[in-house]
Write a protein that binds this ligand. Structure first.
Ligand SMILES: Cc1ncc(COP(=O)(O)O)c(C=O)c1O
Length: 459
């Protein structure tokens, strides 16, 4: 076995020059998007009013296995990539485990997360198409920050609808977005019809990603020269995020390593979809059989307790319908501290892979997540984001199991970002005021009751 450094950085030359499109190797594809206006499968052209054309093409492209990363995007990637593959030697020692724990750390940029990988791509294609501005939603704030940075780089205006719970908990996130000239609005807001309708029904709501998406889409389609971009869930976003998995695989090959277990937190599924992409390819092609685990909050358990059904991607029901694991687009999760994981649905690609048995999922209460985050911070000198800490928790549990069984498994997890703007959450944990709310079956039934009816498909 080779000597493994604490941190392995690829050289710029070793960085992937193409993204990998997992759909090209799936035995069965996710079901097609449905246009809610016609209740028929959506065409690429149906998406043009909302998404840039190249991105709409990537969304629908189930065949092209590898897609060239444009030079301009590669250049901007080089400002903060390659990201390190880190061997968690100290954490291993603290857990007294025979397991080898690796994590891919994506927090080394101003957004503090993996979100910049897709933000750059989406802003680039918008600029290329001659757009003047973009709109988006943000939950934890990382995506909004990432897109602000990308829009400022490519000279585009940006309006960010930020989930109200996060807007209030993380005022400094807003300040960073403003540093990059973005216009940040707490959602639901009274600036859109969708926001006004949600506020009329739930005046005290702390918002959700689903509400914010409705507002951002409405603003984009009613503003000339604007398009909407989404930071997760979509096939195109998983495609851009495949850079995480591709770099990880190259780095592990250099170490003669291969993961037995790959773990990621799952909000809309973009980091997990990106991290697992080349490993899932091996699994689909019968070359290897790594175990793949999604980790979600117990308060928003879309994979573990959701239904596999067609649903809107947003609360205001303006987006196409996607078949995915969902809690119902009207489900508003309790205001837990992992804002980026408070989404009712899940990437259709991951949903299909999960449905077909290629990966498993677990859900965790936030107090357990913060216990894991705290130990990790002490051992690894990175204060993790609450979202990422879901993956840390699961990796630690796996390593503890290895201690019991004596197995020396290789564990790889995605450390998607840093938690320096999550101090309200850390304070609540330290003060013991943090609570765990797990929705009851009756709570979930309310969300399922609102699933749309589609003649001949979902009656
Ligand atoms: C740090 C971090 N990790 C994970 C996520 C979850 O998103 P996804 O499931 O798309 O990777 C978010 C979303 O905001 C995030 O900010």
């Amino acid at each position: 076995m080779k000597t493994v450094p604490h941190r392995l950085y690829l050289t710029e030359e070793q960085m992937p020059k193409q993204w990998y499109n997992l759909r090209a190797d799936m035995k069965e594809l996710p079901d097609p998007l449905i246009n809610p206006a016609t209740m028929q499968p959506a065409t690429e052209a149906d998406l043009y009013p909302v998404f840039c054309e190249k991105l709409a093409h990537q969304e629908m492209d189930n065949e092209t296995r590898y897609i060239d990363i444009p030079e301009e995007i590669q250049e901007m990637y080089k400002m903060y990539r390659p990201s390190p593959l880190i061997r968690a030697y100290n954490l291993e020692k603290a857990l007294d485990t025979p397991a080898r724990i690796y994590y891919k750390f994506e927090g080394n940029n101003t957004s503090g997360s993996h979100k910049l990988n897709s933000a750059i791509a989406q802003a680039y294609y918008a600029k290329e198409q001659g757009m003047t501005g973009l709109t988006t939603e943000t939950g934890a704030g990382q995506w909004g920050t990432a897109l602000s940075e990308a829009c400022s780089y490519f000279g585009l205006d940006l309006t960010v609808f930020m989930v109200k719970a996060s807007y209030e908990q993380k005022p400094y996130r807003k300040a960073i977005m403003q540093t990059f000239d973005a216009n940040v609005i707490p959602s639901p807001s009274d600036t859109t019809n969708a926001g006004r309708a949600i506020l009329a029904e739930h005046p005290d709501t702390t918002g959700s990603l689903g509400c914010a998406i409705s507002e951002a889409v409405e603003k984009a389609v009613t503003t000339p020269g604007y398009r909407y971009v989404l930071g997760s869930v979509l096939n195109q976003v998983l495609l851009h995020q495949s850079i995480i998995g591709l770099e990880s695989k190259i780095a592990m090959e250099l170490l003669d390593e291969y993961p037995d277990v790959v773990i990621g937190c799952a909000g809309g599924g973009s980091n997990l979809g990106g991290l697992i992409a080349p490993f899932m390819q091996d699994k689909l092609l019968g070359r290897a059989n790594p175990q793949i685990i999604a980790v979600e909050p117990a308060s928003c358990p879309s994979l573990t307790r959701g239904r596999y059904a067609y649903d809107f991607c947003d609360t205001g029901k303006v987006t196409p319908l996607a078949r995915m694991y969902t809690l119902g687009c009207g489900f508003i999760p309790s205001p837990n501290h992992a804002g980026g994981l408070r989404y009712h649905g899940m990437s259709p690609i991951l949903s299909k892979l999960y449905h077909d048995g290629y990966m498993s999922a677990i859900s965790v209460e936030q107090t357990k997540v913060f216990e894991a985050a705290t130990l990790f911070a002490k051992m690894e000198t990175i204060l993790p984001a609450p979202e990422s800490s879901h993956a840390i928790y699961a990796a630690m549990e796996e390593a503890r199991r290895c201690k019991e069984t004596g197995e020396a498994k290789t564990i790889l997890f995605g450390l998607t970002g840093t938690g320096y703007f999550d101090m309200t959450a850390y304070t609540a944990f330290h003060d013991h005021t943090m609570t765990d709310y797990i929705p009851t079956d009756a709570d979930l039934e309310v969300g399922f009751a609102g699933l749309p009816k589609i003649p001949g498909i979902q009656e």
